[in-house]
Structures are given as C-alpha cells and as structure tokens.
Design a protein around this ligand. Structure first.
Ligand SMILES: CC(C)(COP(=O)(O)OP(=O)(O)OC[C@H]1O[C@@H](n2cnc3c(N)ncnc32)[C@H](O)[C@@H]1OP(=O)(O)O)[C@@H](O)C(=O)NCCC(=O)NCCS
Length: 176
C-alpha cells in the first residue's frame, strides 16, 4: 500500500536508500531529471547527517528543512523536501522532489506536492515556495503549474553536466 506522510528521523536510512536508487534513474524520455550524472559519487554519510540536523531546526532558523515521503511497505519510493537556503530567505522555502520510476505517472507526485504546499501554507513565517526545474522536464513543469506555480524565467545554459548543456527554469508559488 502506498502512503504519503511527513518523514521521521527513523526513516533516514530508507530515505538515503531511495536517494541512491533515484539518483541513478533517468527522467522524462531518458533525459536527466537532476543535475548529476548517474555515476556521480555522493558522500551519503554527510548527506544523512546534514538532513537529520536540518530536520531538527525550527523553521525560523537558518538551515532548516522538512521532508515528506511516499512509502510502499517499508520502502521509501518518493520524496519532497522544503528547505532554507540562507538567513535572508527565511520567509521562503526551496523545493525539490523525485519519485522512483515504478511510481511515476499515477498521481502520487501531485499528492506529495499538495501535502508540502498545505504544510507550508500553515506555517506563519513562510510566504513563498521557490524551485528550479530542468527546462526539458515537461511532466514536472506541468505538475508545478497545475498546483499554482508561476514560471518566472528560464536561465539559459545554467547547468553543464558531463556532455549535457541544460537550461534551468525558475518557478515560484505565493503562499499568502
Ligand atoms: C516529475 C514527477 C515529480 C511528477 O510526479 P508524477 O507522480 O510522475 O506525476 P503525476 O502522476 O502526479 O502527474 C502530474 C502531472 O504531470 C503530468 N505527467 C505525468 N507524467 C507525464 C509524462 N510522462 N508526460 C507528460 N505529462 C506527464 C500528468 O498528466 C499530471 O498533469 P495533470 O495534473 O494536469 O493531469 C515525477 O515524474 C518524477 O519524480 N520524475 C523524476 C524526477 C523529477 O523530475 N523530479 C522533479 C525535479 S524538478
């Protein structure tokens, strides 16, 4: 059974295992869906420690983050996170998300995104959600627009990942 819920610190190991699988998978039509090559070497232990620390921070404090997950049994198969970038942007949250291929295209992305938006709306200090999406990622852009995100501008040649030259699109949602 698929469940969508806020992540707990006890989910961290399964979340990292999901991240490892997800980072190797292709995106829309075989393209990249994140700015890393499938064989990119991550420091998983540091990612784990940083995530746990950022989850423990109040959202009025620099470096906070919150995650929501899609689980199938014990396994985490999708995630969305909201996080602070630096002190001057504490009224905003930067969003990132990803579902493993086995659960894409079934409406779960939209449910996960709505849960994160509802949470952000209920937080008094948050006024905006920001994100960047690789411009060729049509399903993701469609999903964000259907949940009210406005496409602001496309940053030409923002990313160079291995042989790929990628335009990045900035989108945002006003919460209140
Ligand atoms: C992009 C992603 C989050 C979308 O989640 P999803 O569960 O697959 O999408 P949903 O089934 O909820 O559908 C959301 C919308 O996208 C559309 N969509 C989904 N797959 C699509 C596809 N392959 N082509 C075109 N549109 C598609 C749906 O029609 C739906 O639009 P609607 O609400 O107007 O009907 C998911 O596919 C994913 O994680 N992809 C890989 C990682 C990624 O791209 N992350 C985003 C980084 S910014």
């Amino acid at each position: 059974m698929i469940i969508i819920r806020p992540a707990l610190s006890t989910d961290i190991t399964e979340i990292i295992e999901h991240d490892k699988r997800h980072m190797k998978e292709p995106g829309f039509n075989g393209s990249l869906s994140h700015p890393f090559l499938p064989d990119h070497k991550f420091d998983w232990d540091s990612r784990k420690t940083e995530k746990l620390l950022s989850w423990s921070r109040p959202i009025t404090e620099e470096g906070w983050s919150r995650s929501f997950i899609l689980t199938e049994g014990e396994k985490v198969v999708g995630h969305i996170h909201l996080k602070n970038l630096f002190h001057g942007t504490l009224h905003r949250a930067q969003l990132g998300m990803g579902l493993e291929m086995c659960v894409r295209g079934q409406g779960f992305g939209k449910k996960l995104l709505m849960m994160a938006i509802d949470w952000a709306k209920s937080e008094e200090t948050l006024y905006w959600i920001d994100l960047t999406v690789l411009d060729h990622n049509l399903p993701a852009k469609k999903l964000y627009k259907s949940c009210g995100f406005e496409e602001c501008f496309t940053w030409k040649d923002r990313l160079r990942v291995g042989p790929h030259i990628i335009d990045d699109t900035v989108m945002m949602l006003k919460l209140k």
